[in-house]
Design a protein around this ligand. Structure first.
Ligand code: HEC
Ligand code: HEC
Length: 259
């Protein structure tokens, strides 16, 4: 039986080396014209540029630059990849021309600033940024800057998360996917190694009111973006399974009453 083990290991190594894409679906919508992110060198000098730059820093290192308002060790950039410009990682590009928009969770039309507060209270397990403070102004200035050239009312291609078929996740199967494909970076204990490798559960992660804590949303995020060293290599079913496993782990309770 030894030879077959060797063959199996060899095959696995080949698959790993090629980083196989198992799943052709769902449709990976490509932009008609390739979008290039604005060059940071073009951020103007003066107070406007200072605000945009602060917004970018808050976005990439939220626990450092918005310390008073963050309750975990997550940055916006951990989920909104490439400073909020990667498609199907809920990009920020174009949002100023889309909001105010109806929000299901709120049951009413909300502003972009209010939508940011949602992520502050849930994904960042923190407190809202003061609406008239420099941090909120900076985030909005950055999002405005990165959205330059986008047509108002037209969603950026790749807005939101990938559209996956509705499947049931199996946490038991997900445990195997997790230990093989996620634990090397996010840790057996899910705590990762922030700020470089973000946590998936425990005190450093998002709370249980966050969008990422919904199996469907995490599956869609993971299927398109993870594992980070070989995105697109999981089937939709594997993405649901691993999301169900992560969701079954402890997350801080969302306290809706906390200001
Ligand atoms: C733990 C992951 C996570 C973190 C951290 C996080 N978000 Fe989000 N955010 C999400 C998810 C998931 C969605 C919803 C995507 C969907 O349902 O299409 C979202 C949605 C949004 C939206 C609305 C996007 C749209 O297309 O309508 C904005 C704006 C936003 N986040 C801003 C932020 C900002 C700013 C920060 C940092 C202060 C942040 N988020 C931190 C996960 C996160
Ligand atoms: C090679 C390292 C690596 C591997 C393997 C990996 N991740 Fe990640 N993951 C990251 C990094 C780094 C980020 C932050 C975003 C970025 O820079 O791409 C991230 C972000 C995330 C996020 C959003 C942020 C958060 O912490 O909530 C989720 C969810 C996630 N990964 C799930 C997974 C799952 C599930 C797997 C296994 C299928 C996986 N990752 C495999 C490195 C990795």
């Amino acid at each position: 039986m030894r030879w077959s083990w060797a063959a199996a290991v060899g095959l696995m190594a080949m698959v790993a080396a090629g980083c196989a894409k198992k799943d052709p679906e769902p449709v990976r919508v490509e932009a008609k014209k390739a979008w290039t992110r604005p060059d940071e060198k073009t951020i103007p000098s003066g107070p406007m540029g200072d605000s945009i730059r602060l917004g970018l820093r808050i976005f990439n290192e939220t626990p450092k630059y918005a310390a008073a308002y963050v309750g975990n060790r997550m940055s916006c950039n951990d989920c909104h990849i490439q400073s909020g410009t990667a498609k199907w990682a809920s990009p920020m590009v174009g949002l100023p021309g889309i909001f105010p928009q109806f929000n299901q969770r709120a049951g009413r039309v909300i502003s972009l600033a209010e939508r940011i507060e949602d992520c502050m209270r849930r994904s960042e397990n923190g407190r809202p940024l003061p609406m008239d403070g420099k941090e909120m102004a900076a985030l909005l200035a950055y999002i405005q800057w990165v959205s330059q050239g986008q047509r108002a009312g037209v969603a950026f291609p790749g807005r939101g998360l990938e559209k996956l078929p509705a499947l049931e996740g199996d946490a038991k199967r997900g445990a195997t996917v997790y230990s093989e494909q996620c634990a090397p970076c996010h840790g057996d204990d899910g705590r990762g190694s922030p700020p470089v490798l973000p946590a998936l559960w425990g005190p450093d992660a998002y709370n249980d009111g966050a969008g990422m804590n919904q199996v469907k949303k995490m599956a869609a995020f993971v299927h398109y973006n993870m594992p980070q060293n070989c995105p697109g290599s999981l089937t939709a079913q594997e993405a649901y399974d691993v999301a169900a496993y992560v969701q079954s782990k402890p997350h801080t309770r969302f306290d809706g009453a906390r200001p």
